[in-house]
Design a binder for this molecule. Structure first.
Ligand code: HEM
Length: 387
């Protein structure tokens, strides 16, 4: 999906270039969150919904339905969230509450996915070759009985080493799976989940990162130096779409990696992680017995700001995450993407998008605060996300 992402980055660069044309000293004041949301919508629209958008370039088109519904899908209503958590499914059905997202926007995405699937059916047997998430799902299949036959004692997953992450599902030798295609409902559900989980979290991370880089010019300088020296040979647009460029940006720039990790430590977009005790016997931790079905809420924000794990927790210090300092990190103290077999499935996608964005943008522009920039970020109260 790298070429798809790269096209969106180029659209964003064009937009930023336009903003600075004719402005004295080529400086422009931007609203970073609005611009970056535009970028992440473009990315998720083309990778998940096969829809080409230029959200920033088309800002005059305020009625663009994709943009409108992307913004309103997260218009959380406190009553609805409380109801979804507190009321049994039967009662929710009676109240016609099927989701805590905005129902209109939710329906818009259901219909959009249905239209795309219809289009894909028409394209079957033609030479049109799509390379996006919808197509991956159309072409894929699931093992009906994979879960029943999985040996969970052999299931391993780790998000500590993000890029050398190992995830494996081992099944018994006698396992003969039957497979079927994903249903239309499966595909619709996964597309909406990807959209909802993917664009706001990534947009917040990029915005928060630019805020910290503007506040700490020395960090921005270091990042610029690393990128400039690592990527000195990549000057043309063509060179910047090569596999080599991609490898250096995604896997070979430790300060870039550390800057993003520190941003996610300071501002984990998903502030809480949830688990349910599934063992019949329950679970005892620190002398407290938790019976089966207890819901556990883990505050990622609190763990990330505990000075036992991260000294001077409110200071932005990417150095904590440089390879030479890794031994200071305590297992399970860093959980922006959750942990274990149900950690974020989009983690590598998000890192890739954020890294490719920063690599291009930081080499081309310098970010600084204005007299109106707040000293610290504030977030929407009552939201499920830190946004
Ligand atoms: C900076 C960006 C992102 C952050 C911080 C983030 C964070 C998280 C967290 C904390 C969870 C819950 C994990 C757990 O319970 O252990 C999660 C789950 C999930 N995320 Fe992300 N996410 C990000 C980007 C994305 C993207 C780009 C996608 C899709 C393209 C995505 C798709 C998902 C999905 C599908 C799940 C549910 C996984 C499951 O239940 O098995 N996320 N994410």
């Amino acid at each position: 999906m790298y070429p798809l992402m790269d096209r969106c980055i180029m659209k964003l660069v064009n937009y930023l270039d336009q903003q600075t044309i004719g402005v004295s000293g080529e400086e422009a004041v931007i609203d970073p969150k609005a611009v970056i949301i535009g970028f992440t919508i473009d990315v998720i629209a083309c990778t998940s919904f096969a829809t080409e958008t230029d959200t920033n370039g088309d800002r005059t088109n305020a009625n663009d339905p994709l943009l409108k519904h992307s913004e309103t899908i997260f218009a959380f209503n406190g009553f609805k969230i409380a109801a979804v958590f507190a009321l049994p499914r039967r009662v929710l059905n009676l109240l016609n509450i099927t989701t805590w997202f905005d129902q209109n926007s939710f329906d818009y995405f259901i219909n959009l996915t249905k239209q795309i699937l219809q289009q894909r059916k028409l394209e079957e047997g033609t030479s049109t070759k799509r390379n996006d998430f919808v197509q991956l799902m159309v072409d894929s299949f699931v093992y009906d009985d994979a879960l029943q036959n999985t040996d969970y004692s052999k299931l391993t997953a780790s998000a500590n080493e993000d890029f050398s992450e190992t995830k494996s599902l081992e099944t018994s030798d006698s396992f003969q799976p039957t497979k079927h295609k994903l249903s239309e409902d499966d595909i619709i559900a996964q597309s909406i989940l990807f959209f909802a989980a993917g664009f706001e979290t990534t947009a917040s991370t990029l915005t928060n990162c630019l805020f910290e880089l503007a506040k700490y010019p020395d960090v921005q300088n270091k990042l610029f130096e690393e990128l400039n020296s690592n990527l000195a040979d990549f000057l043309t647009d063509e060179a910047m779409t090569s596999q080599e460029y991609f490898e250096i940006v995604v896997n070979g720039s430790p300060y870039l990696d550390a800057t993003i990790k520190e941003t996610l430590r300071r501002y984990p977009p998903a502030i809480r992680i949830e688990r349910r005790i599934t063992s019949e016997k329950g679970y005892t931790i620190s002398g407290v017995h938790l019976p089966k079905d207890t819901l556990i809420e883990i505050s990622a924000y609190a763990v990330h700001h505990d000075s036992e794990y991260f000294p001077e927790p409110f200071v932005f210090k990417p150095e904590r995450f440089l390879p030479e300092n890794r031994q200071n990190l305590k297992p399970y103290s860093y959980i922006p993407f959750g942990q274990g077999p149900r950690n974020c499935i989009g983690m590598r996608f998000a890192y890739q998008e954020i890294k490719l964005f920063l690599a291009k943008v930081i080499r081309r522009y310098r970010f600084s605060t204005t007299p109106n920039t707040p000293q610290k970020l504030s977030f929407k109260p009552g939201s499920l996300l830190l946004n």
